[in-house]
Write a protein that binds this ligand. Structure first.
Ligand code: ZN
Ligand code: ZN
Length: 282
């Protein structure tokens, strides 16, 4: 069966496998088209495109940008964008710099809790410029402070936990505008994690559409069948495109596999042509 997976992370952000390794897994899973959507960075794309050619897998350039609205983090995916666009990459660089200001604050809090950890160690372990909390989680796992990334987040790293530090982030409207300026389609990622403080999810999606949003990630590893139906009707109601992907990360999300998520993910292949048509009109 031919599969589609439009949400994948590599070692270029917080995934544990290289672009080539992710493509090899995708090939094994029967994925025929995919998008690498690393956080705030596009450096995985050349290797992914090359691996795509050798496996015969279509690779769509992608991105996932973290944004912040009313106390909650909202992720915006970008597809088919001009990933080499200089001003887009300058905006991503500024976002990564905000991570380098935040991460040492988290490390200081962990040190104050008596945990032996340095930011230099975390950066060396990450091996990328897009260093994030999952890398800190992995360092805590290596040091046997915690046994899983989930425990690291639940005890130390999540919002409101012992070593949490805030990060300067764009609004979702800004992230959408950056993607559109780079000629990409902007998509609201994993709506299950979006918790609007005011109004409903539909209100928020309508507001984001007025900022330029093109689609909603309806098919997602942790969406229940009911959520998938609800988000599908939301996309229809607001007249937005439908996308889907696993959000594969490797060891930091060990229950999620390329192409099939937790086993039941199925991203309909037919949605790809609608995305392409929309991208061609940009
Ligand atoms: Zn995300
Ligand atoms: Zn993701």
């Amino acid at each position: 069966m031919s599969r589609l997976d439009l949400h994948l992370h590599t070692t270029h952000s917080d995934g544990s496998l290289s672009p080539g390794e992710v493509l090899a897994l995708a090939n094994k899973a029967g994925v025929t088209a995919l998008s690498i959507t690393d956080h705030d960075i596009t450096t995985a794309i050349p290797e992914a495109l090359a691996a795509g050619l050798s496996f015969g897998i279509e690779v769509i350039p992608g991105i996932e940008i973290s944004s912040f609205l009313d106390q909650s983090e909202i992720h915006i995916l970008g597809y088919f964008l001009d990933w080499q666009d200089p001003s887009f990459n300058a905006q991503l660089l500024a976002l990564r710099q905000s991570r380098h200001r935040r991460n040492p604050l988290i490390i200081e809090k962990l040190q104050a809790l008596g945990i032996d950890i340095t930011y230099e160690e975390v950066r060396a372990l990450a091996g990328t410029d897009a260093v994030g909390r999952p890398h800190i989680a992995r360092a805590l796992m290596d040091k046997k402070v915690v046994t899983s990334a989930k425990e690291a987040f639940d005890r130390y790293l999540a919002h409101g936990k012992l070593a949490y530090a805030p990060r300067e982030l764009p609004t979702p409207g800004e992230a959408i505008r950056w993607i559109k300026a780079a000629k990409g389609l902007a998509v609201l990622a994993h709506p299950t994690w979006v918790q609007p403080t005011e109004g409903t999810l539909t209100d928020l999606v309508r507001q984001l559409k007025s900022d330029g949003l093109d689609g909603v990630e309806v098919h997602y590893s942790s969406h229940s069948a009911r959520q998938t139906r609800d988000y599908l009707s939301l996309a229809k109601e607001v007249n937005l495109l439908v996308t889907g992907g696993s959000d594969f990360h490797g060891v930091t999300k060990p229950d999620i596999e390329v192409g099939i998520g937790k086993g039941s993910l199925h991203v309909p292949h037919g949605l790809l042509s609608k995305l392409k048509d929309a991208a061609a009109r940009l």
